[in-house]
Ligand binder design. Structure first.
Ligand code: 48F
Length: 259
């Protein structure tokens, strides 16, 4: 077979445009492709929601690749290991309810499971703003990350979504945008993002799950973003809370979608 460069370009352009056009109107837009976003995306896609993920970096996986201090192993507790095992990640018992997993295997398998379940992924795309109507988040304003990085003066595009999940981790980038637009009106005790507290694994893991909820009409927080929004501590390289939080966000939104 003689290969034709034009044919290759045409296929890539057409396939990408199909995916993008079909994602202008979504049930759920997830910002951030770390462990929480990936589990939420997989669960929602498996249930049949039209869900897309926008990740500013080239690779998905967020902070999970590097385990703890770049020692590429992660720890999960008993309650969460089922989520890893369900997608085929091998876990190793370490006694007393602790389990370890290879972080590279964990991230790559979660990515594969989520995309194969039907999650559309737009990597190298940054959510720079939200679309709001009548005090509700109804979509995202997106741009290519290289545009943002280079400071080019280019207008973004907007997509609609019935729900948005901020799964951007410590930075709570979507929550920060909403906080600026409607000062003092987030569903937190003070109406603004409470900010994350210092490291306390046990409390942080419990609170991540409790804090996974709607923070403004149409906007949910999941993963580390939940604690940074509602004032929970950080937890370091234990990842069970992230996985369980993604699952909880997906269930809550699926119910809200009437599923
Ligand atoms: O940080 P990240 O892995 O979030 P997570 O799922 O997990 C947190 C853990 O990795 C770790 C921890 C657990 O012990 O504390 O930190 O809550 O992934 C967040 C992703 O969001 C992307 C970012 O590049 C990363 O991959 N991101 C952040 N802001 C934006 C974004 C944005 N504005 N648009 C698109 N992606």
């Amino acid at each position: 077979m003689e290969l034709d460069e034009r044919r290759i370009s045409r296929v890539i352009i057409e396939r990408f445009m199909e995916k993008l056009l079909d994602s202008v109107d979504l049930d759920v837009a997830i910002v951030g492709g770390g462990p929480a976003g990936l589990v939420a995306g997989r669960d929602l896609a498996m249930r049949g929601a039209k869900v897309a993920m926008f990740e500013r970096k080239l690779s998905l996986g967020g902070g999970m690749w590097g385990g703890g201090m770049m020692f590429n192993e992660i720890v999960v507790q008993e309650e969460a290991k089922g989520i890893l095992e369900e997608v085929g990640v091998r876990t190793v018992p370490q006694g007393d309810g602790y389990f370890s997993a290879d972080s590279v295997e964990a991230v790559s398998t979660l990515i594969s499971a989520a995309t194969r379940a039907g999650l559309r992924v737009f990597n190298c795309v940054t959510a720079e703003d939200v679309v709001m109507r009548e005090d509700r988040v109804i979509g995202l304003v997106i741009t290519w990350t290289p545009v943002e990085m280079s400071g080019l003066h280019v207008d973004p595009l907007a997509i609609r979504s019935r729900f948005v999940i901020d799964a951007t981790g410590h930075d709570i980038n979507v929550v920060r945008v909403v906080e600026r637009k409607v000062p003092g009106r987030l569903f937190t005790p003070t109406g603004v993002a409470e900010g994350e507290k210092s490291l306390w694994c046990h409390r942080a893991e419990q609170l991540t799950l409790e804090n996974t909820r709607e923070v403004f009409p149409g906007l949910y927080v999941a993963g580390m973003s939940a604690n940074a929004t509602f004032g929970g501590p950080r937890m370091g390289p234990i990842f069970g809370g992230m996985l369980l939080s993604g699952r909880k966000a997906a269930s809550m939104i699926w119910e809200a979608l009437g599923g």
